[in-house]
Each structure stands twice: as C-alpha cells, then as structure tokens.
Design a protein around this ligand. Sequence first.
Ligand code: HEC
Length: 178
Amino acid sequence: MGQFKKFIRVAAVALIAASTGASASAKTVEVDANSFKCMAEMEKVRHFFVDNLLGDLDATLAVARSKKGGVYPAGSVVQLVPTEVMVKREAGWSPRTQDWEFFEIDVSATGSEIRVRGTDKAVNKFGGNCLECHERARPKWDMICEKGHGCLPIPVSRKQIAMLQQADPRCGAAAKAK
Ligand code: HEC
C-alpha cells in the first residue's frame, strides 16, 4: 500500500474514533423551564409529540416512528399532554429509568414552570408515580406506553387527550410573541 493511501486510511480511522468519542462522551442534557414549548411547535408522531434538546430531532423521530421500537437518543422530549414530559438525559444518568427524567409542569400563556422533576420518585398531580406505570412497557419500547405496550392504563381517552393538546395555553399569541 502506498504511503499516501496508508496515511488516508489512518486519518480516516482517527477521524471516526474522534467523532464516536465525541458522541460517546455525550453532551449533557440541560433541562430548565425554557426547555419546554407549546406542543404545536413540537413534531407530531401519531397522537403524541416529540422534540430534541440537543438538536437531534431526526434521531428522535426515527425511534418514535419505528414499528420495532428502539432506544430514544439523548435530548429526546416526549409529550402526550401539556403538563407531563419525559426527557432522555445523557447515557448513564439514571440506569433505573433508562436515563429518562420525568416532569410535571405548570403551563400558562407566559410559559412553563417545573413543579416536579425526577426519576423513580416523580409523581403526577393525581399521586401516580410516573415510573411505576412507564417501566411496564416491554423493553423494546424504552418506557414509552402508547397503547398495547404493557403499561398500566390511564383513565383518559385519546379524544380527551386531543382536547388537552389543543388547549395548551403556551400556544397563544403572548407565548408566540416571546
Ligand atoms: C397510571 C399510569 C401512569 C402514570 C402514573 C403516568 N403515566 Fe404517562 N402514560 C401512561 C399511559 C398508559 C400512556 C399512554 C396513553 C395513550 O397513548 O393513550 C402514557 C403516556 C405518556 C407520555 C407519552 C408517551 C407514551 O409513553 O405513550 C408521556 C410523555 C408521559 N406519559 C409522561 C408521564 C409523566 C411525566 C408522568 C408522571 C408525572 C406519567 N406519565 C405518569 C401511564 C401513566
């Protein structure tokens, strides 16, 4: 092999190593009240909405749309209703919840406020522990419940869910002007 070809090959391997190293050393996923937005500004998948705080929306959409499931990439935001959110933190952040952080938020025309956040102790306003329901999803679904994934059911119909989605107060003119 010519020296030049050899050089190219070594350089290519080094580049690949450097780039995978960069993604493996995983950017931290910072989440504060400003991380959340009007649901209509997120990407709709079937009946729920997704986003990605690290700008990797395509990777999030690929898993969300997959019929085979998969592991959501770091930065993924998943919402069914305006006030409950799951965010995928960096790899290794919380093995117990497969790196998901659960949020219960208050929403109004001026934006979002975090009421509850956490892993295995996060509860919704009805006292329901997020993880206890979501961890029952079969492994390939990465704790995403939908219907038929094995979670404990919620007493809210898809029709009621659609109404809650449309009533997101953050999507008003005031929120958009911000
Ligand atoms: C009683 C069980 C239960 C509890 C408690 C619960 N969930 Fe869920 N959650 C579900 C079910 C079932 C669905 C799917 C409903 C559907 O698609 O019709 C769901 C859907 C979701 C979704 C949309 C993605 C998905 O899994 O389908 C998010 C995000 C979510 N829940 C977040 C939370 C958060 C955050 C909490 C706690 C603050 C919480 N949930 C508490 C059962 C629960």
